[in-house]
Design a protein around this ligand. Sequence first.
Ligand SMILES: [Zn+2]
Length: 402
Amino acid sequence: MAKSSKNILDEARSSIRQIDVEQARKMIDDGAAIIDVRESDEWRQGHIPQAIFIPRGFLELRVEEKLPDRKRPVIVQCASGTRSLLAARTLAEMGYENLYNLSGGFNGWKDKGLPWVAERQFTPDEITRYSRHFVIPEVGEKGQAKLLDAKVLLIGMGALGSPTALYLSAAGVGTIGIVDFDSVDLSNLQRQIIHTVDRVGILKTQSAEESIHALNPGVKVNRHEVRLTSENAMEIISAYDVVVNCGDNFPTRYLVNDACVFAHKPLVDGAIFRFEGNATVFSPDRGGPCYRCLYPEPAPPDMAPSCAEAGVLGALPGLIGSIEALEAIKLILGAGEPLIGRMVYFDTLSKDYVRVLKVPRDPKCPVCSEHATQKGLIDYEAFCGLGAGATTNGAAHAAAGR
Ligand SMILES: [Zn+2]
């Protein structure tokens, strides 16, 4: 005989134990799991902090991954206690042994004044734009909120800065700072894909901002149209969560490294040379090395050819810049293991193509070790043998970013 919804609910009530919010709170403190089976818009407006979110429609598909232990006490919760009752009945069929239905649901919990949290309220546009992020367990709505709140500083808006800025903007990093004082030149466009022909002659920061806003108008762009120096570096860097080096010369590379060590900011680093490239994350605070652990002293200026002399390939910066964007995103999300103490090294002309190298911390590092001899920023032009006032567009360009 066909069952009415009342029949089904009565049956479920007779087989699933009902608990009130006070009992639920005690059980959660003692280690019971709580599943919230409401819809995502209800979840976003407020939920129990410890609750695991599995909308009713995905319950059977996702519950085993989230709750592999079928003996663990599980409280099922919705808004008032009806949908959760049906969900609990399904879980009983799936072999979950210790099931409880929260009578009164989230509304009852809230009315008792017990703690609850609200997720960031996404706009309809954001819900659509980031929908592919929402379904990734490591991102989800929580991760997307972190991205939207994050501030990332990009040093240089050339070959590496272009893909890094585009991917970070597309991913919804809320604030992107760009340090660059250069203008777009036609010779840049073979690899600096954020710029366009009609923007030749304008500042790269301005050109990048236009491209970023064309892609994602929600991103706030801070334009730092200055040369990064020992005088301004600490102040600029301090406003950001993650710094990404997309630059191309040794004085800036050393300056950014040292400033990030002193400001306790993780530094995503990338470099390119013809068909070769590498990327890593410097973060002594998390046990990894800094750039000075690897290269305490700069190479003599005549050993570092300029882009114009060495040539710089298109496409390769897309690879390295994308890795830099990815590492910045991982750091913001706290997902997986960042490339700290590891360097991905590409030799794209070889069949082996890619290797991951261990890069250890130097216990005698002049900047990040216990015995650091350098406590503040120095004159990096002089340090790199360029003399005060040397231009960063001169022969000291390591072919590493533009
Ligand atoms: Zn170091």
